[in-house]
Design a protein. Structure first.
Length: 81
């Protein structure tokens, strides 16, 4: 039985990995001037950087292992005080 989609253009756009990378870069570009001065804004910018890293690897990945390594590299380590 074929699946019926209500928004086939949106589904097609989200399946394209380069489009997701474009959206992540656009979000970072738009958010950077507004959020760079606050503490929580810097944390959000760091999160957006991780999203850009993961989507970039997903756009060019050849295996699931490279995506897992990118996620592990993007996870920040906590400082032990």
């Amino acid at each position: 039985m074929p699946t019926v989609t209500h928004r086939p253009r949106l589904e097609k756009a989200l399946r394209q990995r380069c489009f997701l990378l474009f959206l992540a870069l656009l979000a970072l570009l738009v958010a950077l001037p507004f959020l760079s001065e606050t503490v929580h804004g810097r944390e959000l910018i760091g999160f957006l950087n991780v999203v850009v890293l993961v989507t970039a690897v997903a756009a060019v990945e050849s295996s699931g292992l490279s995506l897992a390594v990118a996620i592990l590299l993007g996870v920040p380590l906590s400082d032990a005080k």
